[in-house]
Design a protein around this ligand. Structure first.
Ligand SMILES: CC(=O)N[C@H]1[C@@H](OP(=O)(O)OP(=O)(O)OC[C@H]2O[C@@H](n3ccc(=O)[nH]c3=O)[C@H](O)[C@@H]2O)O[C@H](CO)[C@@H](O)[C@@H]1O[C@H](C)C(=O)N[C@@H](C)C(=O)N[C@H](CCC(=O)O)C(=O)O
Ligand SMILES: Nc1ncnc2c1ncn2[C@@H]1O[C@H](COP(=O)(O)OP(=O)(O)OP(=O)(O)O)[C@@H](O)[C@H]1O
Ligand SMILES: N[C@H](CCC[C@H](N)C(=O)O)C(=O)O
Ligand SMILES: [Mg+2]
Length: 475
């Protein structure tokens, strides 16, 4: 593609490059740049992207985009680098968004689970915290919502695979950092709103405002799906075009009438436009009834037969690391889950408690270099429902574990038995070896993650595998 075509639609301040230059790729990370590529240089929180410009040109990059020039390197000076990156990437990949119906899912909790449900119902492509599925292939995700350049690349692969619908998890960070700039949604789902990310956002209001941007990205013909039980429901409703509401209160369009707990799931009765429909959903966690309700709202509007969809998910539906059950012959159940917010833990444990005949034993930690103020609240949520608690490491990143522990310790324990064990494997072994028949051991926070981030190192680690090891040893 010629540079003159790559820059179509971008707000440009200055052009210091030959517009006839042939561009063979786009990159925002110097490590991915190759010959004849265009590099998007930006000053971030950790790195100054301009530092990498000479190295990129050494590798054969033809031009860079930036909000200012750099020495004599060929460049396009733009008003907003993040917008320019999104527009140029969309142009490079042939604007695949125009050939797809796109569902955007935001909210503090429930995005991944809801995305998987909608993907299942629509046979859609998926961009999620766990993986990206483009039809031709799938790959593990690095971020919940990738950079715009990657999003357009994935959407192109979806279009080339004959996929008609895409489901994208839209994090608050993605809205702030314009990773989804240039997309228009056919549907937007707003799942829940509660405390998280107060390391990046100064206040809850700022965090909410970041999320609310998603409503301005709805197509005129689009609709949004709202949780009628949220405190902010009325204000969300006033902001959103054609809302479909899901919940228990406030007269929702899709009402969760009844949740009955079964051995391996939930029997959920919905009232959909006044008609009762029941399903045996193979996931526990009462809140998952909401995630299923959000999915039904989208699927109905997309013309999917809900009875057929129920049949499909009743047979098999599974989201890696979301209330994932691991059984042992001793009658101990281990549940691996991704709950990493006070709300997530509260909802998970209050639900799991109802399935427990014996004791509820919980292992959890708090991520380093992330929201510090959620740490004591996470301990409180865990102690409220658990009989024994093991606090341990969950991606300490650049922080000392002892500092993370001392933040956690500020929370109420409700006089529960709380042990602090730095090594997550040791904590899991202790928790499982102390469990008896009928007990449930919840391993929270890491879910599908297959690593532990300590300092700058990503060390292989899987709660699921360690749990199996511990269960085998305690046989
Ligand atoms: C706050 C945040 O989201 N930061 C992301 C952002 O960083 P940044 O803009 O500050 O950029 P930077 O890392 O300083 O680098 C500046 C520029 O230099 C480039 N660079 C950098 C190094 C290098 O060797 N070469 C190079 O070219 C980078 O690609 C970038 O263009 O862009 C980077 C490049 O894509 C991301 O790696 C980085 O994610 C950080 C590591 C991160 O952990 N983000 C998390 C908090 C996040 O985004 N989470 C959300 C929400 C999760 C949820 O709750 O669902 C998510 O969507 O995943
Ligand atoms: N509808 C819901 N309401 C409240 N809590 C939920 C809901 N759905 C899931 N959770 C809790 O949040 C955790 C994460 O679920 P999920 O991965 O679906 O959310 P997410 O929004 O994608 O998270 P992330 O922002 O980290 O990607 C679950 O393990 C569960 O504890
Ligand atoms: N999407 C979440 C993931 C948190 C997972 C948890 N294991 C941690 O590292 O805190 C975040 O970026 O806050
Ligand atoms: Mg997610």
């Amino acid at each position: 593609m010629k540079l003159k075509d790559l820059i179509k639609g971008i707000k440009i301040k200055e052009i210091n490059a030959d517009l006839e230059t042939e561009i063979r790729g786009v990159c925002y990370h110097s490590g991915d740049c190759k010959e004849n590529f265009a590099y998007f240089a930006r000053k971030g929180l950790k790195y100054d992207g301009f530092r990498f410009i000479p190295g990129c040109f050494k590798k054969g990059v033809s031009v860079f985009f930036g909000e200012e020039g750099f020495k004599n390197f060929p460049c396009i000076v733009v008003e907003d680098i993040l917008e320019a990156q999104a527009i140029a990437s969309a142009n490079f990949y042939g604007n695949p968004q125009n050939f797809l119906k796109i569902v955007g899912i935001t909210g503090t909790n429930g995005k991944t689970t809801t995305s998987y449900l909608i993907k299942e119902g629509l046979n859609a492509g998926l961009i999620s915290t766990i993986e990206i599925i483009t039809g031709k292939r799938s790959e593990k995700a690095r971020l919940t919502t990738p950079e715009s350049t990657d999003i357009f690349k994935y959407l192109r692969e979806m279009v080339d695979s004959g996929i008609k619908n895409a489901v994208i998890e839209v994090s608050a960070h993605a809205l702030t950092l314009k990773r989804v700039f240039g997309l228009e949604f056919d549907a937007v789902v707003f799942t829940t709103f509660s405390q998280d990310h107060l390391d990046y956002y100064k206040t809850m209001e700022e965090y909410l405002n970041a999320k609310l941007k998603v409503f301005s990205m709805l197509k005129d013909s689009g609709f949004c799906v709202l949780n009628s039980d949220l405190e902010i429901f009325n204000s969300l409703k006033s902001m959103c075009k054609n809302p479909i509401t899901v919940g228990m209160n406030n007269n929702p369009d899709i009402k969760i009438n009844k949740i009955e707990r079964k051995a391996d799931g939930l029997e959920i009765t919905f009232s959909i436009k006044g008609k009762e429909k029941k399903t045996l959903f193979p996931m526990i966690g009462d809140y998952n009834a909401y995630n299923l309700g959000f999915a039904i709202a989208v699927l109905e509007r997309f013309g999917v037969n809900i009875d057929g969809f129920f049949k499909k998910i009743e047979k098999s539906f599974f989201v890696p690391g979301r209330v994932e059950k691991i059984h042992s012959q001793k009658g101990i159940t281990v549940i691996v889950d991704f709950a990493h917010t006070p709300e997530g833990l509260e909802n998970l444990l209050s639900s799991v408690k109802k399935h427990t005949e014996g004791k509820l034993i919980t292992v959890f930690g708090c991520g380093g270099d992330r929201d510090r103020s959620k740490r004591p609240l996470m301990l409180e949520a865990v102690c409220k429902y658990s009989d024994r608690v093991f606090v341990t490491a969950d991606n300490p990143r650049g922080e000392d574990l002892s500092e993370i522990f001392s933040d956690i310790k500020k929370g109420k324990t409700y006089e529960k038995d709380v042990a602090y064990i730095e090594d997550r494997k040791d904590a899991i072994f202790e928790a499982i070896s102390g469990a008896k028949k009928g007990d449930i051991v919840v391993l929270a926070g890491k879910g599908h993650e297959e690593y532990q981030i300590i300092g700058n190192r990503k060390i292989p680690f899987s709660d699921r595998e360690i749990a199996l090891e511990a269960l085998n040893e305690s046989k």
